[in-house]
Design a protein around this ligand. Structure first.
Ligand SMILES: [Zn+2]
Length: 620
């Protein structure tokens, strides 16, 4: 009971609630009815429409020719050396199942970071990669990247607001919750000037800056949750689809973004005013997940570059704070949804001191690589990611305490192992190198991938693309594949292309307002600017009733998601996963062969970061 993993696991679930709007949601998506199932030979015209580049579409059926796309008016898809999907090595799905059974066995104890389960998992993965002849993925000659983790528990403390002689104290948990990422025994803000910065957003692609050049160093920022809800000029009852993704959530809407931008600007503290609608969850979810131990990475500066205190206030207290400053919440909120909004110094100061209990441990990312054959391009990498960790041993459910995590994500980890094996079966390696990166501590907040993106072994500017596998379909073949955040980058075109050759289609996720794209490991790469593909299983199952996809998803969500019953079952059918993995192999292979790197689509929030990164690299 008092095994350290127990504490970790228990907390992990709480933290995961903080990361997901609805922990029971598990990416369930309703079906759509646009099947497209024809073979390569007779679909050239559809492909022209689908891939935008005529030359590419013809290439799809005529072997591995390379055709320059140049500045084709038809679109920016990079030129690809296209070996037809059928000529690429297949995926050994029996091997995927065998790895999954090992990784999700009781012996591996739910694969919690910094436990015996981690040791077994890491050894197993390294063993597999070595055996198939992959090179160490770390430049130090090992297959390991150490990931320093810290658990921080802050003692409850009030937030004290002062204006002249007036003092208001917000009570911990009822009115305010807060924490720190700084690895320090105490952190504090002392009479720090408060500034209301609207949604706290700097978005060059929307010509939007909530700071308007105001120096907020050492100040405490007060922000609204989600992205600015800009009304559609032609229909004020709808959101402008051209601004912040319309109904869809962009990165600017995530609370993590708000703390990140505040840190970048040198602020001392941040408080987000909670609102149930825009947040997508009630304040008690925030209260539940923001108290107790919080896990994080330890950066070389011990996270001292981040804001000292980050927290939330209840809506009620947020309103009171603004009225104490002589402002009206609703009026400010309305202004904040416009480009003209200017930050509002509140004339109120904030004081809060947190005493922290610290617990540090090391975990590990596993990396292995296949070196590219092109003398220059081999310095560029296509990266496959999958999180190897799960929740470990925790609260018993029906007498079972081991959270085996077979779907989440033993099967995805097994998937990248077998994609790696398929790559070794090519007659020659691709032009670019391929990195297989099994990351730790996803369940604690995408920490392993976060560490890699913060301390990359290979420069992110040389990272061509990331393809992330978090769960696989275990219920048979589908006519479709979901691409979360569809339309984000050229990678979606690669996926559409490969799916077409399998007689399948890709579809967007049904709930873009929930921001799923920002909630798995690939996102740590995306937010630094690296184009990243986040595929999810299809929902139209071959030979099954129309509601089958929805039904099996619902069952998994209700019965098994983050529960000890997420185990390998005798009725699993991995034929759909086999096709999906082949598709991921094809996308990665073609990116590794292409003449140009994939790009974010114009208007995407990560495009500017990528351009900046590539420009910097070119001048070095
Ligand atoms: Zn999970």
């Amino acid at each position: 009971m008092d095994h350290p993993a127990f504490v970790l696991d228990d907390q992990a679930q709480a933290i995961d609630i903080r990361l997901t709007f609805d922990p029971r949601q598990a990416r369930a998506r309703p079906p759509r009815a646009d099947a497209w199932a024809q073979t390569c030979q007779n679909t050239t015209m559809q492909k022209v429409a689908m891939f935008f580049v005529t030359a590419l579409a013809i290439g799809a059926c005529s072997g591995s020719d390379s055709t320059p796309a140049g500045d084709s008016a038809l679109g920016p898809t990079p030129t690809v050396h296209r070996t037809p999907i059928g000529e690429l090595p297949g995926i050994d799905i029996e091997a995927v199942l065998a790895h999954t059974k090992v990784l999700s066995s009781d012996e591996y104890a739910g694969r919690a970071p910094a436990t015996k389960g981690e040791e077994l998992t890491v050894n197993y993965l390294v063993g597999q990669f070595k055996e198939m002849g992959l090179k160490p993925g770390n430049t130090d000659g090992t297959y390991i990247q150490k990931v320093p983790l810290v658990g921080i528990t802050a003692d409850p403390a009030p937030l004290v607001l002062r204006k002249g002689s007036q003092t208001v104290t917000l009570k911990w948990k009822d009115d305010v919750v807060a924490g720190t990422k700084r690895v320090a025994e105490t952190v504090a803000i002392n009479d720090s000037e408060m500034v209301f910065v609207g949604y706290g957003v700097v978005a060059p692609e929307y010509n939007w800056d909530d700071y308007k050049g105001l120096d907020v160093k050492g100040k405490t920022l007060v922000m609204l949750v989600n992205d600015p809800p800009v009304p559609d000029p032609s229909n004020s009852s709808e959101l402008d689809p051209k601004m912040f993704g319309g109904r869809a959530m962009t990165y600017y809407g995530r609370w993590t973004y708000k703390y990140d931008i505040a840190s970048e600007k040198g602020a001392a503290g941040v408080f987000i005013i909670h609102e149930t609608g825009p947040a997508g969850y009630p304040f008690d979810v925030v209260q539940g997940s923001w108290t107790g131990e919080q896990f994080d990475l330890v950066a070389p500066d011990k996270n001292m570059g981040l804001v000292a205190i980050q927290g939330w206030t209840s809506l009620d207290q947020g309103r009171k704070l603004l009225s104490m400053a002589g402002h009206d919440f609703d009026a400010l909120k309305q202004q904040a949804a416009t480009r003209e909004f200017k930050p509002v110094p509140l004339g109120v100061t904030a004081s809060m001191a947190l005493r922290n209990k610290l617990r540090t441990s090391d975990s590990q990312n596993v990396l292995a690589k296949i070196e590219g054959r092109d003398p220059t391009l081999k310095d560029e990498y296509v990266v496959y990611t999958a999180h190897w960790d799960h929740l470990g041993v925790g609260e018993p459910v029906d007498g079972d305490r081991i959270y085996n995590g077979a779907v989440d994500n033993a099967v995805g980890t097994a998937g990248i192992v077998e994609i790696a094996r398929a790559f070794t079966k090519l007659p020659e390696p691709p032009r670019r190198s391929i990195l297989f990166l099994a990351v730790t501590a996803e369940e604690q907040g995408l920490l392993g991938s976060g560490y890699y993106a913060m301390s990359p072994i290979y420069p992110l500017a040389k990272t061509a693309a990331v393809i992330n596998i978090d769960t696989l379909n275990v219920h048979g073949r589908t006519r479709d594949l979901t691409v979360v955040g569809l339309g984000a980058s050229d990678l979606d075109d690669y996926a559409r292309d490969a799916a077409g050759e399998q007689g399948r289609v890709i579809r967007p996720d049904a709930e873009p307002e929930k921001g799923f794209y920002y909630r798995s490991d690939h996102f740590n790469f995306a937010k630094q600017g690296v184009p990243a593909l986040d595929p999810d299983e299809g929902i139209e199952f071959v030979g099954k009733p129309a509601d089958f996809g929805e039904k099996v998803r619902g069952e998994y969500t209700a019965r098994d998601y983050h529960k000890p019953s997420d185990v390998v079952r005798s009725d699993w059918d991995l034929s759909g996963a086999q096709e999906d993995l082949k598709l991921f192999l094809t996308v990665g292979y073609r990116v590794a062969e292409a003449d140009r790197l994939p790009e974010w689509k114009p208007g995407n929030e990560f495009r500017a970061k990528r351009e900046e990164m590539l420009k910097k690299q070119a001048t070095n």
